[in-house]
Every structure is written in structure tokens, then in C-alpha cells.
Design a protein around this ligand. Structure first.
Ligand code: ZN
Length: 359
């Protein structure tokens, strides 16, 4: 008896020590909001994934995420010979672990159909069993009745859209007309669909990016090829489930994948400004000025198309600084650049104006 009692604290200590390595992410912010790092599309053994649900929480914590959704398929259970079909099981198993790790666990499911309509995640649902319906529209209706955020997943996935080009079908237009579609994956797994930027802009939908992980995340997005999984950045009033949901319906989202950020035009400029700072010129030789440009984020900023009298291209490294030497005229007018890795449309990147700080 005595032996058992002493074993308990040692076991707890080992558990805490093994899990105590969270990566802190530095990403752009929107003034007045907190940036929540999120992955809203992942699978477990309860559909076609290969991991137990609580592993998703540990992975998310180590990866520096704030919120996740486990979205097992409603209509596809390849492991059912060994694991019973239970659409709430993953959420039930992962919930207490999420509470221990301070991870916001959104309850979700993936409605899984042929294209059209394809695959759609229902997020913030309460009763996944109610989505088990032959009629697709009835399944979405049931989700929406629970206050769901409906995300159209990987619309250009080659298994369903062989040329990789996403297309809106009548069923998607019908969903939009009813107010039953709220976001589209611009980025999924390791691929992205440029036209989704325009679809979201034209239809007032949130742009989303998720891992759609089925195996172990650190193996599917392994270093050195990947420094982080693809994720949705959500600009919420607070770090709570309610604020997260409000922000998503209000379309305050961006997608971070590789060294790129995809964001709606109206959010892109403030996001860039939140991490890039131009210093006061520290040298002036009467013809040219020298000033520093620094970046506090994990995302290098790749500038091109600079005007005459300034560098044509500049990369401000992640957590780094460069010195800009430019014509003195830029004391009175901004230096203009395209930011090649901040994507605002299928054919557009962010344009910025940079002015050295005033003395
Ligand atoms: Zn999926």
C-alpha cells in the first residue's frame, strides 16, 4: 500500500515533464484583438486517422496552438471492425485533456460527400449524431440549427476535382444564399487553392487553413521542410470559445502556411504593420539616408518592386532586421513595396508604404 502511494506523485511528475515543451509562436496581430492559432481539421482513429484523440491535444499544445477541432468523418469509418462508431467519442476523450492544457476544443464533424458538394466541416456543433442523414442539405440544416460554422474543405482536392481548380456548384451557391456556408479552406494539408481567396472575398466568407492531419503531426509536417503546420489565425476579442466563434463568423481570419500569410485585403496591411517597424534614420549624408527595418514575427517579409532610389528587393528576416539605404527624398514620401508573401487575392499581394520614423 505504501509503495503505491509514493508511485502516484512520481508518475504525475514524469507526465508533466514529458509534456512541458510548448513552442511559442510569434505571428501578426490586429489592433484590439488577440491572435488565436488554430487548426480546425484533423482526424483520429474514430474515422480514418491513426492516432487516439488525446494525442491531438498534446500535439496542439506543443505546436503552440490555442484552439483545435477534431473533425472525424460522419460517413466514413474504415476502422469500425475494431473501433465502434461514435461521432462524439473523440470529443469526449479529448475534452478533459484539452482542459488540462488550456486548449480550446471545438466540437466538430466532417460531412463527407462526393463533389458536389464535397467535404464540409461543421464546427461548434453539439450533437454530431444529428448530422447522420442521407439528404446533404438536411445534414447541414441540422448543423446550422446548432449554431454551426460551416467550412467547405479542400475544394480543389484532386481526388474530387482532377484539375485541382475549385469550382462553385449550384449546391454551394444555395448554401451561401441560405447563409449556411461561412468559410472555405484556402489551404489544406500541403496544397492551396488560389481562387478561394476571390471566392471568399466575393461571397463574404472566412478564409481557412488547416492540416487535415491523419497521422502524427510531427511526422506529416517534419523539420526541416516544415517549421510549423498550416493554421488558421483568428483575430478574437478574447481567448475564449465564444470570442473565437464570433471572430470566425465576422471573417477575421488569415492563413499561415510555410513563409506565407493569406489574408483579406482589409486585414493584410494592419497585420504587416503589427510586426514591421521602421526606425529613425541613423545616418544622413546629404544625398541618402540609412534606417533600420525590423520584424518581430516568425514570418520573413519578402518585399519587391521598390522604387528608384531604394532597394528593389528586401527580405526582412523572421525576428531580424535589415538596414535600408535610400534616397533622401524618402524623408518626405514613403517607400512603396509589394509584399510577395502576403497574399490578398488569387492574383494579388499586399502593397505597402514604408516611411522611416520621424525624430
Ligand atoms: Zn478531413
Amino acid at each position: 500500500m505504501k509503495t503505491k502511494l509514493t508511485l502516484i506523485p512520481i508518475f504525475l511528475l514524469i507526465t508533466l515533464t514529458l509534456s512541458a515543451q510548448r513552442h511559442i509562436l510569434s505571428v501578426p496581430e490586429l489592433p484590439g484583438y488577440v491572435t488565436l492559432k488554430c487548426d480546425f481539421h484533423m482526424h483520429t482513429v474514430f474515422s480514418d486517422g491513426n492516432v487516439w484523440p488525446n494525442q491531438r491535444v498534446g500535439e496542439a499544445w506543443r505546436d503552440g496552438l490555442d484552439a483545435i477541432a477534431i473533425t472525424d468523418h460522419i460517413e466514413y469509418q474504415p476502422h469500425k471492425q475494431y473501433i465502434p462508431v461514435d461521432h462524439s467519442a473523440a470529443w469526449k476523450i479529448a475534452s478533459p485533456i484539452a482542459a488540462d492544457y488550456n486548449i480550446i476544443l471545438v466540437k466538430g464533424s466532417e460531412i463527407t460527400r462526393k463533389m458536389p458538394p464535397g467535404h464540409l466541416n461543421a464546427l461548434f456543433i453539439t450533437e454530431p449524431d444529428s448530422l447522420v442523414k442521407d439528404d446533404f442539405m438536411k445534414a447541414v440544416e441540422a448543423a446550422v440549427a446548432q449554431g454551426a460554422f460551416i467550412e467547405w474543405n479542400h475544394p480543389g482536392w484532386k481526388s474530387q476535382q482532377p484539375d485541382g481548380i475549385p469550382r462553385m456548384y449550384d449546391v454551394h451557391r444555395e448554401l451561401i444564399a441560405k447563409g449556411w456556408l461561412h468559410g472555405i479552406e484556402y489551404y489544406n494539408d500541403v496544397e492551396y487553392y488560389p481562387l478561394v481567396m476571390d471566392m471568399c472575398r466575393d461571397n463574404q466568407l472566412a478564409i481557412m487553413g488547416n492540416s487535415d492531419v491523419h497521422g502524427v503531426i510531427s511526422e506529416e509536417f517534419a523539420a526541416p521542410v516544415y517549421s510549423h503546420r498550416p493554421m488558421t489565425l483568428v483575430f478574437a476579442k478574447e481567448r475564449t470559445m465564444e470570442s473565437l466563434k464570433e471572430a470566425m463568423f465576422a471573417r477575421r481570419t488569415a492563413v499561415w502556411y510555410g513563409d506565407n500569410l493569406a489574408a483579406p485585403e482589409e486585414l493584410a496591411a494592419p497585420l504587416f504593420q503589427s510586426v514591421i517597424t521602421a526606425g529613425i534614420p541613423f545616418r544622413d549624408d546629404g544625398k541618402r539616408i540609412w534606417f533600420e527595418l525590423s520584424n518581430t514575427s516568425d514570418i520573413p517579409m519578402k518585399l519587391s518592386g521598390g522604387p528608384e532610389g531604394a532597394p528593389a528587393t528586401l527580405t526582412v528576416p523572421a525576428h531580424g532586421m535589415v538596414v535600408v539605404r535610400a534616397d533622401r527624398k524618402f524623408l518626405a514620401q514613403p517607400v512603396t513595396y509589394a509584399v510577395d508573401n502576403i497574399i490578398t487575392g488569387s492574383n494579388n499581394v499586399l502593397k505597402v508604404e514604408i516611411s522611416p520614423a520621424k525624430k
